[in-house]
Design a protein around this ligand. Structure first.
Ligand code: SAH
Ligand code: F3S
Length: 453
């Protein structure tokens, strides 16, 4: 699990307002959910603060995809409960996928937690927080309809507006906990989606990222994902449209055409493949073969020749032989992904793999395989990034980079349309567009100088 994603601070209406701090782990959907939680609580009169020490209520929005993430969150909640020494009334809550997954056992495993709430229950947060009880309060009902309509996430910082267009997942890949903790797939009404995008554009956001576990499976009556892309791209003020993650099996020709046609849609796709072995894809029940994935990438690259492509890969899934693993390495060499999120398989209770397949790849071998694919991907990413040397890229400036210039002054950074992080030494306003000439490339970052304003 990565470091927690920084909290978004909203202004305090009144000095007396109860103050809430939300810490976020996991995927972009969780970041977007935290923005929704912040909006709901702000509306209910809470003030949002940027550190746990200032808070009366601490909420941890969690991920359940891998076991390690869960262990760390429990450790973190225990550590935060230490703040009760100075603030006995401090409320600590666990939200999101892990709350849903471990609902019944959490109060025992983490007795310092007052509140456990799943991803469909956030509208009830103000009511639940108002209750006083000595028992931990649990609300993990999943909904078939909850889409948080009418709630604009509190997006006080950043340059990108997340808009969740589809919640839940119906794919039930055998390794994955998400369908159990996020419930059934449901698409947001397109008029509400447009309202949210228009609202963020009016707040000055130039970039929108449409979110969903299988974002391109979107359908609301007659409106499909391709229609949605066209509608978002047409919103005044929106210069960049991204989406994540599309599901390989659900890519239509209409969606590919829309991506190719619309200059606002960024030529950068995250297309999780998981494995390069046909047998493993079948065991995972992904619903596509390696050949179909390869054909899809060919169609995408024909439509968008300079497409940048990233992926997710799992090593050590049940039954993965050395040969299966080699197939993954071969596919990576063939596809030449720009980047990849790579994971060791982590068995999750309740999934089909947990019920029916043996988690039989030894931990040590999982670790070795992970090391090997990371090394290969680093090499490929470096070579792909070096192709940008000497080229000028348009970036949307995000802010100061952690890395300073040699003289010690702050570098700025932003992202290119292809999704590359670009660092450059000149002053530039956050949320402005800048042309940068790339003169150095590592496997994760491009460096350059500002070519013009
Ligand atoms: N909806 C996304 C995936 C969501 S989970 C999709 O397009 O498929 C994000 C990633 O976590 C997955 O793509 C997968 O690579 C990884 N993942 C999911 N379950 C996992 C598990 N049990 N062990 C290890 N990695 C897992
Ligand atoms: Fe998980 Fe597969 Fe859905 S990876 S989120 S079950 S598409």
């Amino acid at each position: 699990m990565a470091d927690p994603i920084p909290a978004t601070a909203a202004p305090l209406d009144a000095a007396s307002a109860r103050k809430v701090y939300v810490e976020t782990y996991g995927c972009q959907m969780n970041v977007a959910d935290t923005e929704v939680v912040t909006a709901i609580l702000t509306r209910a009169g809470y003030g949002c603060v940027g550190t746990p020490e200032e808070a009366d209520v601490i909420l941890i929005n969690t991920c359940a995809v891998r076991e390690k993430a869960e262990e760390r969150v429990i450790g973190r909640a225990a550590q935060l409960s230490g703040l009760r020494a100075h603030k006995p009334d401090l409320t600590i809550g666990i939200l999101g996928c892990m709350a849903q997954h471990l609902a019944a056992s959490l109060p025992k495993r983490a007795p310092f937690v007052d509140l456990v709430m799943g991803p469909d229950s956030y509208q009830r947060l103000p009511d639940i927080l108002a209750q006083t009880s000595n028992e931990a309060l649990l609300d993990v009902r999943l909904s078939r309809v909850e889409n948080y309509v009418g709630i604009d996430g509190v997006r006080k910082s950043g340059t990108n507006a997340w808009v969740t267009i589809i919640r839940g997942c119906d794919k039930f890949c055998t390794f994955c906990i998400v369908p159990y903790v996020r419930g059934r797939e449901r698409s947001l009404d397109p008029s509400e989606m447009l309202r949210q995008v228009t609202q963020s554009a009016s707040e000055g956001f130039k970039e929108v990222t449409l979110l969903g576990q299988t974002v391109n499976s979107y359908r609301f009556l007659q409106t499909d994902f391709a229609d949605l892309l066209r509608a978002v791209a047409a919103v005044d003020g929106i210069e960049r449209v991204r989406f994540t993650s599309p599901y390989p099996k659900d890519f239509t020709d209409r969606a590919i055409e829309a991506i190719a046609d619309l200059p606002e849609v960024c030529p950068a796709l995250h297309l999780p493949v998981q494995s390069g072995s046909e047998t493993q894809l079948e065991r995972m029940q992904r619903g596509y073969s390696v050949t179909e994935y390869r054909d899809l990438v060919a169609r995408l690259r024909t439509a968008v020749p300079d497409l940048s492509l990233s992926t997710d890969i799992i090593v050590g899934f049940c039954g993965e032989s050395d040969q299966d693993f080699r197939r993954t390495l071969e596919l990576m060499e063939e596809m030449r992904f720009d980047s990849a999120y790579m994971f060791k398989y982590s068995e999750r209770s309740g999934t089909a793999a947990h019920r029916k397949l043996a988690d039989d790849v030894p931990e040590e071998l999982k670790r070795e395989r992970l090391r090997e694919i990371i090394d290969l991907q680093e090499q490929i990413s470096l070579e792909v990034n070096q192709q940008w040397l000497g080229k000028s890229v348009q970036i949307l400036v995000e802010g100061n980079s952690k890395r300073k210039t040699e003289e010690g002054s702050p570098n700025r950074f932003g992202r290119s349309a292809h999704g590359k992080v670009v660092v450059f030494p000149e002053q530039a306003e956050a949320n402005s567009m800048r042309s940068v000439l790339v003169d150095r490339a590592t496997s994760h970052t491009l460096y350059g100088s500002a070519a013009d304003a």
